[in-house]
Design a protein around this ligand. Sequence first.
Ligand code: G6P
Length: 474
Amino acid sequence: MNSVLLASNRGPVSFTVSDDGVLTMRRGGGGLVSGLSGVARDEGVLWVCAALSDGDRSAVRQAPGGRLDHAGYETGPLRMLDIAPATFHRAYNSVANSTLWFVNHLLYDIPNAPHFGTRFRRDWESYRDYNGAFALALAEGAAHGARVMVQDYHLTLTPAMLRAERPDLRIAHFSHTPWAPPEYFSLLPDEVAREVLEGVLGADHAGFLTRRWAGAFMDCCETVLGAEVDQRAATITYEGRTTRVGVHALGVDGKALWTRAAEPDVESHMAAIREEVGDRKLIVRIDRTELSKNIVRGLLAYKEFLDAHPEWHGRVVHLAFAYPSRHDLPEYREYTAAVQRCAQEIEDEYATEDWNPLILNVNDDYPRSLAAYRLADVLLVNPIRDGMNLVAKEGPILSPRCALVLSREAGACAELGAHALVVNPYDISGTAAALHAALVMPEAERARRRERLEAAATALPPQKWLAAQLDALA
Ligand code: G6P
Protein backbone atom coordinates (compact mmCIF):
# COMPACT_ATOMS: atom_id res chain seq x y z
CA MET A 1 0.00 0.00 0.00
CA ASN A 2 1.29 3.41 -0.98
CA SER A 3 0.79 6.81 0.57
CA VAL A 4 1.54 8.82 -2.59
CA LEU A 5 0.30 7.76 -6.04
CA LEU A 6 0.43 9.30 -9.49
CA ALA A 7 -1.69 8.33 -12.49
CA SER A 8 -1.15 9.21 -16.14
CA ASN A 9 -1.83 7.64 -19.50
CA ARG A 10 1.81 7.44 -20.52
CA GLY A 11 4.19 5.98 -17.99
CA PRO A 12 7.86 6.56 -17.26
CA VAL A 13 8.98 3.59 -19.35
CA SER A 14 7.78 1.57 -22.30
CA PHE A 15 8.77 -1.83 -23.64
CA THR A 16 9.46 -3.20 -27.07
CA VAL A 17 9.35 -6.91 -27.70
CA SER A 18 11.60 -8.56 -30.28
CA ASP A 19 10.53 -11.47 -32.52
CA ASP A 20 12.10 -13.94 -30.10
CA GLY A 21 10.16 -12.44 -27.17
CA VAL A 22 12.96 -10.44 -25.52
CA LEU A 23 11.73 -7.26 -23.83
CA THR A 24 13.68 -4.03 -23.94
CA MET A 25 12.80 -1.17 -21.64
CA ARG A 26 13.18 2.49 -22.61
CA ARG A 27 12.14 5.82 -21.19
CA GLY A 28 8.67 7.06 -22.08
CA GLY A 29 8.33 10.31 -24.05
CA GLY A 30 6.38 13.59 -23.71
CA GLY A 31 6.63 16.64 -21.47
CA LEU A 32 4.76 15.19 -18.52
CA VAL A 33 6.88 12.05 -18.38
CA SER A 34 10.26 13.73 -18.82
CA GLY A 35 9.33 16.27 -16.18
CA LEU A 36 8.16 13.82 -13.57
CA SER A 37 10.10 10.55 -13.98
CA GLY A 38 13.11 11.48 -11.89
CA VAL A 39 11.20 13.03 -9.04
CA ALA A 40 8.57 10.27 -8.88
CA ARG A 41 11.34 7.69 -8.62
CA ASP A 42 13.21 9.63 -5.95
CA GLU A 43 10.07 10.05 -3.84
CA GLY A 44 8.98 6.40 -4.16
CA VAL A 45 5.64 7.36 -5.70
CA LEU A 46 3.53 4.50 -7.10
CA TRP A 47 2.98 5.38 -10.77
CA VAL A 48 -0.11 3.92 -12.43
CA CYS A 49 -0.14 4.15 -16.24
CA ALA A 50 -1.56 2.35 -19.27
CA ALA A 51 0.19 -0.35 -21.26
CA LEU A 52 0.55 1.40 -24.63
CA SER A 53 2.15 -1.17 -26.89
CA ASP A 54 2.40 -4.90 -27.43
CA GLY A 55 5.72 -4.75 -25.62
CA ASP A 56 4.07 -3.13 -22.62
CA ARG A 57 1.26 -5.69 -22.67
CA SER A 58 3.63 -8.63 -22.70
CA ALA A 59 5.68 -7.04 -19.93
CA VAL A 60 2.51 -6.81 -17.85
CA ARG A 61 1.57 -10.41 -18.62
CA GLN A 62 5.00 -11.73 -17.69
CA ALA A 63 4.86 -10.04 -14.31
CA PRO A 64 2.69 -11.77 -11.71
CA GLY A 65 -0.43 -9.77 -10.83
CA GLY A 66 0.31 -7.32 -13.61
CA ARG A 67 2.68 -5.38 -11.35
CA LEU A 68 6.05 -4.17 -12.56
CA ASP A 69 8.48 -3.06 -9.93
CA HIS A 70 11.73 -1.73 -11.21
CA ALA A 71 13.29 -0.30 -8.10
CA GLY A 72 16.91 0.29 -8.90
CA TYR A 73 16.24 0.86 -12.60
CA GLU A 74 14.84 4.06 -14.03
CA THR A 75 11.49 4.06 -12.32
CA GLY A 76 10.12 3.69 -8.85
CA PRO A 77 7.18 1.36 -8.20
CA LEU A 78 5.08 1.11 -11.32
CA ARG A 79 1.79 -0.46 -12.27
CA MET A 80 0.89 -0.71 -15.95
CA LEU A 81 -2.75 -1.41 -16.76
CA ASP A 82 -3.47 -3.91 -19.50
CA ILE A 83 -6.59 -2.32 -20.98
CA ALA A 84 -8.32 -4.13 -23.86
CA PRO A 85 -6.84 -2.69 -27.10
CA ALA A 86 -10.26 -1.66 -28.54
CA THR A 87 -11.19 0.14 -25.32
CA PHE A 88 -7.80 1.81 -25.19
CA HIS A 89 -8.00 2.92 -28.84
CA ARG A 90 -11.43 4.54 -28.38
CA ALA A 91 -10.49 6.21 -25.09
CA TYR A 92 -7.05 7.44 -26.16
CA ASN A 93 -7.42 8.17 -29.88
CA SER A 94 -11.06 9.03 -30.27
CA VAL A 95 -11.97 10.73 -27.01
CA ALA A 96 -8.74 11.97 -25.41
CA ASN A 97 -6.71 12.95 -28.48
CA SER A 98 -9.37 13.65 -31.14
CA THR A 99 -11.91 15.28 -28.87
CA LEU A 100 -10.69 16.62 -25.51
CA TRP A 101 -7.27 17.65 -26.86
CA PHE A 102 -8.95 19.35 -29.85
CA VAL A 103 -11.44 21.17 -27.64
CA ASN A 104 -8.84 22.42 -25.18
CA HIS A 105 -6.50 23.58 -27.96
CA LEU A 106 -9.34 25.12 -30.03
CA LEU A 107 -8.34 22.92 -32.96
CA TYR A 108 -11.74 22.31 -34.53
CA ASP A 109 -12.62 24.48 -37.41
CA ILE A 110 -16.20 25.09 -36.31
CA PRO A 111 -18.12 24.46 -39.57
CA ASN A 112 -16.39 21.07 -39.73
CA ALA A 113 -16.58 20.26 -36.04
CA PRO A 114 -17.31 16.59 -35.36
CA HIS A 115 -20.74 14.99 -35.49
CA PHE A 116 -21.26 13.70 -31.99
CA GLY A 117 -23.47 10.73 -32.88
CA THR A 118 -23.88 7.16 -31.67
CA ARG A 119 -20.31 6.28 -32.56
CA PHE A 120 -18.99 8.98 -30.27
CA ARG A 121 -21.31 7.77 -27.49
CA ARG A 122 -19.80 4.29 -27.85
CA ASP A 123 -16.29 5.76 -27.67
CA TRP A 124 -17.32 7.77 -24.62
CA GLU A 125 -18.35 4.50 -22.91
CA SER A 126 -14.82 3.22 -23.52
CA TYR A 127 -13.34 6.41 -22.09
CA ARG A 128 -15.44 5.79 -18.98
CA ASP A 129 -14.21 2.19 -18.75
CA TYR A 130 -10.60 3.30 -19.20
CA ASN A 131 -10.96 5.96 -16.47
CA GLY A 132 -12.67 3.33 -14.31
CA ALA A 133 -9.72 0.96 -14.70
CA PHE A 134 -7.42 3.68 -13.36
CA ALA A 135 -9.77 4.46 -10.48
CA LEU A 136 -9.85 0.78 -9.54
CA ALA A 137 -6.08 0.37 -9.65
CA LEU A 138 -5.56 3.50 -7.57
CA ALA A 139 -8.18 2.39 -5.05
CA GLU A 140 -6.38 -0.96 -4.74
CA GLY A 141 -2.92 0.54 -4.34
CA ALA A 142 -3.65 3.43 -1.98
CA ALA A 143 -3.10 3.28 1.77
CA HIS A 144 -5.74 4.84 4.03
CA GLY A 145 -5.72 8.64 3.59
CA ALA A 146 -3.15 8.46 0.75
CA ARG A 147 -2.60 11.35 -1.62
CA VAL A 148 -3.31 10.67 -5.29
CA MET A 149 -2.28 12.89 -8.21
CA VAL A 150 -4.24 12.26 -11.40
CA GLN A 151 -2.75 13.78 -14.54
CA ASP A 152 -4.25 15.26 -17.66
CA TYR A 153 -7.18 15.09 -20.07
CA HIS A 154 -6.99 11.33 -20.51
CA LEU A 155 -8.18 10.94 -16.93
CA THR A 156 -10.82 13.59 -16.26
CA LEU A 157 -13.37 11.11 -14.86
CA THR A 158 -11.00 9.24 -12.57
CA PRO A 159 -11.08 11.69 -9.63
CA ALA A 160 -14.87 11.42 -9.14
CA MET A 161 -14.82 7.65 -9.70
CA LEU A 162 -12.03 7.22 -7.18
CA ARG A 163 -13.75 9.41 -4.62
CA ALA A 164 -16.91 7.31 -4.90
CA GLU A 165 -14.81 4.22 -4.19
CA ARG A 166 -12.43 5.68 -1.58
CA PRO A 167 -13.74 8.80 0.17
CA ASP A 168 -10.78 8.63 2.59
CA LEU A 169 -8.25 9.61 -0.11
CA ARG A 170 -7.04 13.09 -0.92
CA ILE A 171 -7.16 13.56 -4.66
CA ALA A 172 -5.60 16.10 -7.01
CA HIS A 173 -6.15 16.47 -10.74
CA PHE A 174 -3.65 18.36 -12.88
CA SER A 175 -4.22 19.58 -16.47
CA HIS A 176 -1.06 19.84 -18.56
CA THR A 177 -3.06 21.38 -21.42
CA PRO A 178 -4.94 24.65 -21.77
CA TRP A 179 -8.63 24.64 -20.82
CA ALA A 180 -11.22 25.88 -23.31
CA PRO A 181 -13.48 28.88 -22.63
CA PRO A 182 -17.15 27.91 -22.02
CA GLU A 183 -18.46 28.85 -25.47
CA TYR A 184 -15.94 26.49 -27.12
CA PHE A 185 -16.07 23.81 -24.40
CA SER A 186 -19.82 23.65 -25.04
CA LEU A 187 -19.18 22.09 -28.45
CA LEU A 188 -19.13 18.85 -26.46
CA PRO A 189 -22.48 17.09 -26.02
CA ASP A 190 -24.07 18.53 -22.87
CA GLU A 191 -23.93 15.36 -20.81
CA VAL A 192 -20.29 14.80 -21.78
CA ALA A 193 -19.31 18.38 -20.90
CA ARG A 194 -20.98 17.96 -17.51
CA GLU A 195 -19.39 14.60 -16.85
CA VAL A 196 -15.89 15.94 -17.61
CA LEU A 197 -16.31 18.86 -15.23
CA GLU A 198 -17.95 16.75 -12.53
CA GLY A 199 -15.15 14.21 -12.94
CA VAL A 200 -12.42 16.77 -12.27
CA LEU A 201 -14.45 18.27 -9.43
CA GLY A 202 -14.24 14.86 -7.76
CA ALA A 203 -10.73 16.05 -6.81
CA ASP A 204 -9.97 18.16 -3.74
CA HIS A 205 -7.56 20.20 -5.80
CA ALA A 206 -7.62 20.98 -9.53
CA GLY A 207 -4.28 22.21 -10.81
CA PHE A 208 -3.42 24.17 -13.96
CA LEU A 209 -0.28 25.56 -15.55
CA THR A 210 -1.47 29.18 -15.78
CA ARG A 211 -4.11 31.49 -14.33
CA ARG A 212 -5.66 31.73 -17.74
CA TRP A 213 -6.42 27.99 -17.99
CA ALA A 214 -7.56 27.88 -14.35
CA GLY A 215 -9.91 30.80 -15.02
CA ALA A 216 -11.37 29.09 -18.10
CA PHE A 217 -12.04 25.94 -16.07
CA MET A 218 -13.82 27.95 -13.39
CA ASP A 219 -15.87 29.73 -16.07
CA CYS A 220 -16.90 26.36 -17.51
CA CYS A 221 -17.95 25.09 -14.07
CA GLU A 222 -20.05 28.20 -13.58
CA THR A 223 -21.64 28.25 -17.02
CA VAL A 224 -22.09 24.55 -17.72
CA LEU A 225 -22.74 23.18 -14.22
CA GLY A 226 -24.10 26.27 -12.49
CA ALA A 227 -21.46 25.66 -9.79
CA GLU A 228 -20.71 28.37 -7.24
CA VAL A 229 -17.34 29.83 -8.22
CA ASP A 230 -15.25 32.22 -6.17
CA GLN A 231 -12.59 33.36 -8.63
CA ARG A 232 -10.65 35.33 -6.00
CA ALA A 233 -10.52 32.53 -3.48
CA ALA A 234 -10.07 30.04 -6.37
CA THR A 235 -12.73 27.67 -5.10
CA ILE A 236 -15.60 25.87 -6.79
CA THR A 237 -18.50 24.58 -4.75
CA TYR A 238 -20.74 22.03 -6.39
CA GLU A 239 -23.27 19.64 -4.85
CA GLY A 240 -22.07 20.40 -1.35
CA ARG A 241 -18.33 19.86 -1.94
CA THR A 242 -15.61 22.43 -2.53
CA THR A 243 -12.67 21.94 -4.89
CA ARG A 244 -9.72 24.30 -4.65
CA VAL A 245 -8.09 25.49 -7.86
CA GLY A 246 -4.34 26.03 -7.98
CA VAL A 247 -1.80 27.32 -10.49
CA HIS A 248 1.55 25.54 -10.64
CA ALA A 249 3.71 26.64 -13.56
CA LEU A 250 5.84 23.57 -14.18
CA GLY A 251 9.46 24.50 -14.91
CA VAL A 252 12.70 22.72 -15.70
CA ASP A 253 15.42 21.16 -13.55
CA GLY A 254 18.28 23.13 -15.09
CA LYS A 255 21.02 21.08 -13.45
CA ALA A 256 19.65 17.74 -14.62
CA LEU A 257 19.13 19.11 -18.13
CA TRP A 258 22.72 20.35 -18.25
CA THR A 259 24.07 17.06 -16.96
CA ARG A 260 22.38 15.28 -19.87
CA ALA A 261 23.27 17.96 -22.42
CA ALA A 262 26.98 17.82 -21.53
CA GLU A 263 27.30 14.12 -22.41
CA PRO A 264 29.58 13.04 -25.27
CA ASP A 265 26.75 12.00 -27.61
CA VAL A 266 25.37 15.55 -27.48
CA GLU A 267 28.83 17.01 -28.04
CA SER A 268 29.34 14.87 -31.12
CA HIS A 269 25.97 15.97 -32.50
CA MET A 270 27.08 19.56 -31.95
CA ALA A 271 30.19 18.92 -33.98
CA ALA A 272 28.13 17.28 -36.73
CA ILE A 273 25.68 20.21 -36.89
CA ARG A 274 28.55 22.71 -37.04
CA GLU A 275 30.10 20.68 -39.84
CA GLU A 276 26.78 20.84 -41.71
CA VAL A 277 25.96 24.54 -41.22
CA GLY A 278 29.38 26.13 -40.75
CA ASP A 279 29.33 29.39 -38.79
CA ARG A 280 25.90 30.43 -40.06
CA LYS A 281 23.32 31.68 -37.55
CA LEU A 282 20.84 29.06 -36.38
CA ILE A 283 17.09 29.42 -35.91
CA VAL A 284 15.92 26.33 -34.01
CA ARG A 285 12.49 24.86 -33.28
CA ILE A 286 11.75 21.56 -31.50
CA ASP A 287 8.26 20.09 -31.46
CA ARG A 288 6.17 17.00 -31.83
CA THR A 289 4.47 17.20 -35.24
CA GLU A 290 1.37 18.45 -33.52
CA LEU A 291 -1.37 20.63 -34.98
CA SER A 292 -1.32 23.02 -32.04
CA LYS A 293 2.44 23.64 -32.46
CA ASN A 294 1.78 25.67 -35.62
CA ILE A 295 4.81 24.36 -37.50
CA VAL A 296 3.47 25.24 -40.96
CA ARG A 297 2.96 28.92 -40.05
CA GLY A 298 6.44 28.90 -38.50
CA LEU A 299 7.92 27.71 -41.80
CA LEU A 300 5.88 30.26 -43.76
CA ALA A 301 7.21 32.97 -41.45
CA TYR A 302 10.77 31.83 -42.14
CA LYS A 303 9.98 31.98 -45.85
CA GLU A 304 8.64 35.54 -45.51
CA PHE A 305 11.75 36.47 -43.56
CA LEU A 306 13.94 35.16 -46.39
CA ASP A 307 11.81 37.06 -48.93
CA ALA A 308 12.11 40.30 -46.99
CA HIS A 309 15.80 39.96 -46.10
CA PRO A 310 17.95 38.77 -48.98
CA GLU A 311 20.97 39.97 -47.01
CA TRP A 312 20.53 36.87 -44.83
CA HIS A 313 20.63 34.40 -47.72
CA GLY A 314 23.53 32.07 -47.17
CA ARG A 315 24.05 33.34 -43.60
CA VAL A 316 21.29 31.59 -41.67
CA VAL A 317 19.90 28.06 -41.36
CA HIS A 318 16.58 26.99 -39.86
CA LEU A 319 17.02 23.74 -37.96
CA ALA A 320 13.50 22.41 -37.39
CA PHE A 321 12.74 19.28 -35.37
CA ALA A 322 9.27 17.88 -36.02
CA TYR A 323 9.06 14.54 -34.29
CA PRO A 324 6.42 11.97 -35.26
CA SER A 325 3.36 11.99 -33.04
CA ARG A 326 -0.10 10.35 -32.86
CA HIS A 327 0.09 8.86 -36.32
CA ASP A 328 -2.98 6.74 -35.65
CA LEU A 329 -4.99 9.91 -36.30
CA PRO A 330 -5.49 11.04 -39.93
CA GLU A 331 -5.25 14.73 -38.94
CA TYR A 332 -1.70 14.16 -37.70
CA ARG A 333 -0.65 12.22 -40.79
CA GLU A 334 -2.01 15.01 -43.00
CA TYR A 335 -0.32 17.65 -40.89
CA THR A 336 3.00 15.84 -41.14
CA ALA A 337 2.64 15.81 -44.92
CA ALA A 338 1.81 19.54 -44.92
CA VAL A 339 4.95 20.31 -42.88
CA GLN A 340 7.08 18.32 -45.30
CA ARG A 341 5.51 19.99 -48.35
CA CYS A 342 6.14 23.42 -46.92
CA ALA A 343 9.76 22.55 -46.09
CA GLN A 344 10.27 21.28 -49.64
CA GLU A 345 8.90 24.54 -51.07
CA ILE A 346 11.43 26.54 -49.06
CA GLU A 347 14.25 24.33 -50.24
CA ASP A 348 13.10 24.50 -53.88
CA GLU A 349 12.91 28.26 -53.78
CA TYR A 350 16.05 29.21 -51.90
CA ALA A 351 18.59 26.42 -51.69
CA THR A 352 21.82 26.98 -53.58
CA GLU A 353 24.74 24.69 -54.21
CA ASP A 354 26.46 25.64 -50.98
CA TRP A 355 23.54 26.75 -48.80
CA ASN A 356 20.66 24.73 -47.45
CA PRO A 357 18.29 27.22 -45.78
CA LEU A 358 16.32 24.59 -43.87
CA ILE A 359 17.12 21.27 -42.21
CA LEU A 360 13.99 19.38 -41.18
CA ASN A 361 14.52 16.53 -38.70
CA VAL A 362 11.54 14.20 -38.63
CA ASN A 363 12.92 11.40 -36.43
CA ASP A 364 12.96 11.49 -32.67
CA ASP A 365 16.58 12.24 -31.76
CA TYR A 366 16.87 13.60 -28.22
CA PRO A 367 20.67 14.11 -28.13
CA ARG A 368 20.61 15.93 -31.48
CA SER A 369 17.85 18.24 -30.24
CA LEU A 370 19.89 19.00 -27.09
CA ALA A 371 22.82 19.83 -29.36
CA ALA A 372 20.56 22.17 -31.36
CA TYR A 373 19.51 23.99 -28.19
CA ARG A 374 23.13 24.53 -27.28
CA LEU A 375 23.91 26.03 -30.69
CA ALA A 376 20.75 28.10 -31.20
CA ASP A 377 20.92 31.84 -31.91
CA VAL A 378 17.15 32.05 -32.11
CA LEU A 379 14.55 29.67 -30.68
CA LEU A 380 11.13 29.77 -32.34
CA VAL A 381 8.15 28.61 -30.22
CA ASN A 382 4.92 29.68 -31.94
CA PRO A 383 2.04 27.38 -30.89
CA ILE A 384 -1.51 28.46 -31.59
CA ARG A 385 -2.25 27.26 -28.07
CA ASP A 386 -0.16 25.33 -25.55
CA GLY A 387 -0.57 24.42 -21.88
CA MET A 388 2.99 25.50 -21.03
CA ASN A 389 5.63 24.56 -23.64
CA LEU A 390 8.78 23.33 -21.97
CA VAL A 391 10.88 23.88 -25.11
CA ALA A 392 10.60 27.61 -24.46
CA LYS A 393 12.04 26.95 -21.01
CA GLU A 394 14.75 24.45 -21.96
CA GLY A 395 16.26 26.54 -24.77
CA PRO A 396 17.38 29.53 -22.69
CA ILE A 397 18.91 27.19 -20.11
CA LEU A 398 21.10 25.39 -22.64
CA SER A 399 21.90 28.03 -25.20
CA PRO A 400 24.45 30.60 -24.11
CA ARG A 401 23.16 33.20 -26.57
CA CYS A 402 19.69 32.42 -27.85
CA ALA A 403 16.90 34.95 -28.26
CA LEU A 404 13.39 33.56 -27.84
CA VAL A 405 10.53 34.23 -30.27
CA LEU A 406 7.47 33.14 -28.32
CA SER A 407 3.76 32.87 -29.05
CA ARG A 408 1.51 34.79 -26.72
CA GLU A 409 -0.76 31.72 -26.70
CA ALA A 410 1.81 29.46 -24.99
CA GLY A 411 1.29 29.09 -21.25
CA ALA A 412 5.00 29.81 -20.82
CA CYS A 413 4.39 33.36 -22.09
CA ALA A 414 2.92 34.30 -18.71
CA GLU A 415 6.37 33.92 -17.13
CA LEU A 416 8.72 34.40 -20.08
CA GLY A 417 6.89 37.00 -22.17
CA ALA A 418 8.61 40.01 -20.61
CA HIS A 419 12.02 38.76 -21.83
CA ALA A 420 11.03 37.18 -25.16
CA LEU A 421 9.95 38.60 -28.53
CA VAL A 422 6.24 37.87 -28.27
CA VAL A 423 4.21 37.10 -31.40
CA ASN A 424 0.64 36.48 -32.42
CA PRO A 425 0.98 32.93 -33.78
CA TYR A 426 -1.49 33.50 -36.62
CA ASP A 427 0.46 36.53 -37.87
CA ILE A 428 3.08 35.22 -40.27
CA SER A 429 4.47 38.66 -41.15
CA GLY A 430 4.71 39.57 -37.47
CA THR A 431 6.55 36.31 -36.77
CA ALA A 432 8.90 36.90 -39.72
CA ALA A 433 9.71 40.37 -38.34
CA ALA A 434 10.37 38.89 -34.89
CA LEU A 435 12.79 36.32 -36.38
CA HIS A 436 14.70 39.17 -37.94
CA ALA A 437 14.68 41.22 -34.73
CA ALA A 438 15.95 38.18 -32.81
CA LEU A 439 18.80 37.63 -35.27
CA VAL A 440 20.01 41.23 -35.09
CA MET A 441 19.51 41.69 -31.36
CA PRO A 442 22.67 43.22 -29.82
CA GLU A 443 24.78 40.81 -27.76
CA ALA A 444 24.34 42.64 -24.46
CA GLU A 445 20.55 42.67 -24.73
CA ARG A 446 20.55 39.03 -25.81
CA ALA A 447 22.61 38.05 -22.75
CA ARG A 448 20.46 40.07 -20.37
CA ARG A 449 17.23 38.59 -21.67
CA ARG A 450 18.60 35.05 -21.71
CA GLU A 451 19.62 35.28 -18.09
CA ARG A 452 16.12 36.37 -17.07
CA LEU A 453 14.51 33.68 -19.18
CA GLU A 454 16.67 31.06 -17.50
CA ALA A 455 15.73 32.32 -14.04
CA ALA A 456 12.02 32.17 -14.90
CA ALA A 457 12.36 28.74 -16.56
CA THR A 458 13.94 27.15 -13.50
CA ALA A 459 11.73 28.83 -10.87
CA LEU A 460 9.50 25.78 -10.31
CA PRO A 461 11.40 22.59 -11.23
CA PRO A 462 9.50 19.28 -11.14
CA GLN A 463 10.59 18.51 -7.55
CA LYS A 464 9.04 21.73 -6.29
CA TRP A 465 6.04 21.39 -8.60
CA LEU A 466 5.28 17.95 -7.19
CA ALA A 467 5.81 19.15 -3.62
CA ALA A 468 3.41 22.05 -4.26
CA GLN A 469 0.73 19.64 -5.45
CA LEU A 470 1.23 17.40 -2.44
CA ASP A 471 1.15 20.41 -0.10
CA ALA A 472 -2.12 21.47 -1.67
CA LEU A 473 -3.52 18.10 -0.53
CA ALA A 474 -2.13 18.29 2.98
C1 G6P B 1 1.04 16.40 -24.05
C2 G6P B 1 0.22 15.82 -22.93
C3 G6P B 1 0.94 14.67 -22.29
C4 G6P B 1 1.34 13.68 -23.37
C5 G6P B 1 2.15 14.36 -24.46
C6 G6P B 1 2.53 13.41 -25.60
O1 G6P B 1 2.17 17.03 -23.56
O2 G6P B 1 -0.08 16.80 -21.96
O3 G6P B 1 0.12 14.02 -21.38
O4 G6P B 1 2.05 12.62 -22.82
O5 G6P B 1 1.41 15.42 -24.98
O6 G6P B 1 1.40 12.90 -26.19
P1 G6P B 1 1.18 11.36 -26.39
O7 G6P B 1 -0.17 11.24 -27.04
O8 G6P B 1 2.30 10.92 -27.27
O9 G6P B 1 1.25 10.73 -25.03
